[in-house]
Design a protein around this ligand. Structure first.
Ligand code: XIL
Length: 981
């Protein structure tokens, strides 16, 4: 509807109060076109009821009397009552002693004892607890006679406490207990809340701990307990700690977070759940300006600090949210008492005070900050200048606009750059994010990316920038507040791609997907749809794992969400896992099993299922299977799932040349052949040869054909022979960068430690060689490894154990893992000497073998490296590769100790030389003895710390100059080993 200036217009509107609304209490007349400075007048507003509401008769619940205690019969009821420590009770039968009769229960305070109400309570323990799910009425009559209460005038009123829960306000009733007049019976008449647990005890008490106001003698009579209405179903929410951890599932990909509020920190079950499922926390509200600062110079950190302390005590990282926002802001920052915008100069100095104070307070505690939140609004077309689509009615924008010198290019937009710069200067250790919602809308995605690019460019030449290689806006937070009904996940993919192009990191900062329905309950179909969307999102997130730092869900359970009515999360109000949870844990699996995910062709090429054991299965991939694999490819990997006969002995998969070419033309970089027998993932560069069919054969080898040495180690475990031929030509050795990933099933036997499961390569000359990167994956029951050549491989358990490592629980598994792989040896068969300092030669030996960096025939020029010694090959290899440069006197320091910083530096160099890049797994931490780290070691320390390889001495220090023990070296190299796949 449009208004014409200067003319009255009659508007009328009919509406129905929706059935789920109790009433309408306000009608808002507003300017829908968001026209600035728009004034309008209202007159003669009339409200008429057209159809009166149909009044549903309010049904009074039925009240059923269940129990009655009038103390007429001492034997039958008296024993159910007990007195707490400060009182004694007796059954009395005297004329007029009871409410309507002669009998009652008499309570007498014991001289000298406390008047604490709990200690004077009389407890009724019900013979049969009343069931959970009920609401109960309890009526009790209480009387304080004048005799025995001399000198007291006003006594505190009586009340009851259910199930002894003195800490729960809803179980201490009535909330307003009043007084107990002397010489008059008084009724306590309460209605319990819906009982989540059975009602077992009722404590009858006088409420206040005050001798003058607490009766010394009182009586109880005529207790009546009734049930109100029918029993209802009660859900006692409970977290299931046996569910797979989302954080663990994604530990090599991104951080997984959720929100917290201070009140939740005392809930031990919730804390245990949070630690199990998440590794980073965003305060849902308590770091917003509204809650941190009520006036200039006034800061209240109590609640935020409660969250910070909780997180730190539980080893959970913290993301700060948010420094600058138009909503939930502190008015003094931007707006005068007259409600008008402050000037640019004043707002700027307020911004500086605020950010210095707040970012300063949390410095070193938060790993990252949302510096500016939700600055864009009102765009539609794709902008070329991000400033045009900013939220112009943000109080920050308005204040910065007030006094901006337009001739110098100043505008309301400038608060954003200032905020980022101030945050960088106040806490250089924190990663700085811009955070926004509706981020998948094309105009907004573009605006966000353009802004990041623009501000980062500006920062490059800003003289305050002391870290030339570092961006100012380092990350973009995608709030990801979606809707089941409207989310199109391909727009998410495109958005991430745009942000990657802008060169920033990405976090999914506030993920939830509610339904627009408001019943507070999803239908089965909606639940399935929601799960599908979560699965699709996580498939996309995994694809971009190298750019995504963190995924934070905005709420733990549906009932606790800010969008609770749409049931947006992974866990329901009973805290039970919804389909969405399983979709997040295993997105591919969820989508494959879900019949409604849009796939019409079956996902597997099924051959010979139920066939003969020991059969020989041959499969040729057809074009529809390949096309489907191409269209569903993730991260460039097309998966061909082949169902071989149960117990098949041999599987041969042929991929026709044209299908290999089709895959290559579709930018597929790897083809995975997935089967129950084994899964091999082959780089396409290995397969693609014009006109050549690919044949991959997986054979189970007859163990009697092994050499004695091989059989001694492998036993009866399955030995696989992998044979690949392209165009009929057998390929045994792969080229540079062409490693093949393999996984084979392995069943752990009792007593077998997973870290001692090793993969052997069995050479044709009867020898064995450990594949260092091989490891057992407890989640899948598969042993995974990566190889540079084919032929025979087998998994086996290697039993090593040293008598002197048992008490070193933090290092024992690592020592065993390395020993099982032959990377380290004990001093004898039974002793490892974990606490002895490792020598430079020993460490070099360990490192070179962990990373398989032996350089055959390398020569060393170090003065003390003896040819033919056990360490020579490793030291010479390290020298040749530039991993170790030796000591200033030209020696290597064979028997010298190695400092922790030298060890770290060597590892860092070795990794670079081996071409291995580790992902950042933990936030950067500054060690308290940072100053003691030598300049040459600084970068390596930072790299290794972020990659999770080192974590310091446990007290905040790194102890860079300290010598390394054999146990410490083993732990570090084991950390490394686990990241080699
Ligand atoms: C929400 C909280 O979840 C609510 O408890 C609070 O009442 C309002 O704010 N975008 C954001 C978050 O950046 O801070 C908002 O959080 C949700 C939208």
């Amino acid at each position: 509807m449009n208004l014409t200036a200067g003319q009255w217009k009659d508007i009328s509107l009919e509406f129905t109060v929706p059935a789920d609304h109790k009433s309408v209490s306000a009608i808002v007349f507003h300017n829908d076109g968001q026209i600035q400075d728009f004034t309008f007048y209202l007159d003669e507003v009339k409200l008429q009821i057209i159809t009166p509401p149909v009044k549903e008769p309010v049904e009074e619940p039925e009240i059923k009397e269940l129990l009655k205690f009038n103390f007429d019969d001492k034997a039958a009821q008296g024993s159910l009552f007990t007195a707490a420590a400060s009182s004694q009770i007796e059954w009395i039968n005297e004329t007029g002693a009871g409410k309507n009769d002669n009998s009652a229960l008499k309570v007498t305070h014991i001289d000298g004892k406390s008047y604490n109400s709990a200690e004077n309570a009389v407890r009724l323990t019900l013979a049969e607890p009343l069931p959970a799910g009920g609401v109960y009425n309890i009526s009790v009559w209480v009387y304080a006679p004048a005799a025995g209460n001399e000198g007291k005038s006003t006594l505190t009123g009586p009340g009851v406490v259910l199930n002894g829960e003195y800490g729960r306000s809803d179980y201490k009733l009535p909330s307003n207990f009043g007084t107990l007049p002397i010489g008059q019976w008084k009724e306590v008449n309460i209605r319990t809340p819906l009982m989540e647990t059975p009602l077992k005890t009722i404590d009858i008490r006088l409420v206040v701990n005050d001798a003058d106001k607490h009766a010394d003698v009182w009586r109880i009579d005529n207790i009546v307990i009734s049930q109100v209405g029918d029993l209802q179903e009660v859900i006692i929410p409970k977290w299931d700690l046996n569910l797979a951890s989302i954080a663990d599932t994604y530990k090599n990909k991104f951080l997984i977070g959720n929100v917290m509020s201070p009140g939740q920190t005392t809930d031990a079950e919730l804390t245990a759940m949070f630690k199990h499922q998440y590794n980073i926390m965003t305060p849902e509200n308590d770091m917003k300006p509204q809650y941190l600062s009520s006036a200039k110079g006034v800061y209240s950190y109590t609640n935020a600090d409660t969250l910070v302390n909780w997180a730190q005590a539980n080893n959970i990282m913290i993301h700060g949210h948010t420094l600058v926002w138009h909503s939930q802001s502190a008015p003094w920052l931007t707006t005068g008492t007259d409600n008008k915008p402050l000037t640019r100069t004043v707002a700027k100095s307020n911004l500086m005070e605020y950010i210095n104070n707040v970012a300063g307070h949390f410095k070193g505690k938060v790993v990252s900050w949302d510096v500016v939140n939700e600055a864009f609004d009102g765009g539609s077309g794709i902008p070329t200048d991000w400033k045009t689509v900013l939220r112009k009615d943000s109080p920050w924008y308005k204040a910065y606009e007030n006094g901006a010198d337009k001739t110098k290019g100043e505008s309301g937009a400038d608060y954003i750059y200032d905020a980022f710069v101030l945050a960088r200067l106040a806490d250089p250790g924190a990663t700085l994010y811009y955070n926004d919602y509706n981020e998948n809308e094309v105009w907004k995605r573009e605006a966000m990316a353009l802004m990041a690019e623009d501000l980062n460019k500006k920062w490059k030449t800003d003289e305050r920038n002391t870290e030339p290689g570092r961006l100012l806006v380092e990350g973009i937070g995608m709030q990801a507040h979606y809707w089941i009904e409207s989310l199109k996940t391909d727009t998410v993919d495109a958005t991430i791609a745009r942000f990657v192009q802008a060169g920033v990191k990405i976090s999914v900062s506030e993920l939830d997907i509610p339904s627009t329905g408001t019943t507070g309950k999803l239908t089965k179909e909606e639940e399935a749809l929601q799960a599908q969307l979560y699965a699709q999102l996580f498939k996309i997130y995994k694809k971009y794992a190298s750019s995504i730092e963190r995924i934070t869900f905005w709420g733990k359970a549906d009932s606790q969400s800010w969008r609770a009515s749409g049931s947006p999360l992974l866990f329901d109000k009973a805290f039970a896992a919804k389909p969405a949870y399983y979709a997040v844990i295993n997105p591919e699996g969820y989508l494959n099993e879900d019949p409604d995910n849009g796939n019409t062709t079956p996902p597997t090429n099924t051959v010979g299922s139920g066939g003969e054991p020991n059969s020989d299965v041959k499969v040729t991939i057809d074009s529809s299977t390949m096309n489907k694999a191409i269209s569903e490819a993730e991260a460039g990997t097309a998966r061909l799932t082949v169902k071989a006969a149960n117990g098949a002995k041999q599987l041969t998969v042929t991929i026709p040349a044209d299908l290999v070419k089709a895959a290559k033309d579709s930018n597929i970089s790897q083809i995975a052949i997935v089967s129950d027998l084994a899964t091999v993932t082959l780089p396409i560069s290995l397969l693609d040869k014009a006109g050549a069919n690919v044949e991959m054969k997986i054979d189970k080898v007859d163990n009697s054909k092994l050499s004695d040495e091989q059989r001694a180690k492998i036993g009866t475990n399955t030995v696989f022979d992998f044979n690949l031929s392209v165009g009929g030509e057998k390929i045994t050795k792969f080229g540079e960068g062409q490693t093949v990933h393999v996984s084979v099933p392995y069943t752990l036997q009792s007593g077998e430690n997973p870290e001692q499961i090793v993969i052997y390569y069995l050479s044709d000359d009867g020898k064995l060689e450990v594949v260092k990167n091989g490891r057992y994956n407890a989640d899948t029951g598969l042993v995974e490894f990566r190889v540079e050549h084919f032929s025979k491989y087998a998994a086996a358990f290697v039993n090593v154990s040293f008598g002197d490592t048992a008490s070193i629980t933090w290092a024992k598994a690592s020592i065993n893992a390395l020993a099982a792989r032959g990377i380290i040896k004990g001093e004898s068969a039974d002793t490892f000497a974990p606490n002895r300092e490792v020598t430079r030669a020993e460490f070099t030996q360990m490192l070179i073998h962990t990373l398989d960096l032996v350089q055959p025939n390398a020569k060393s020029t170090f003065s003390d490296a003896k040819e033919g010694s056990w360490y020579y090959e490793a030291v010479a290899s390290a020298q040749k590769l530039g991993i170790a440069t030796g000591l200033p006197d030209g020696s290597f320091g064979i028997n010298s100790k190695i400092t922790r910083q030298d060890m770290i530096t060597m590892v860092d160099r070795a990794l670079k030389i081996a071409g291995i890049t580790l992902h950042d797994e933990v936030a950067a931490v500054a060690f308290t003895d940072d100053a003691a780290i030598a300049a040459y070691a600084k970068e390596a320390v930072a790299d290794m710390q972020k990659a999770g390889i080192i974590s310091g001495m446990g007290n905040g220090t790194l102890a860079p100059q300290q010598a390394t023990t054999r146990a410490q070296a083993a732990v570090m190299l084991h950390q490394l080993l686990q990241r080699l796949l």
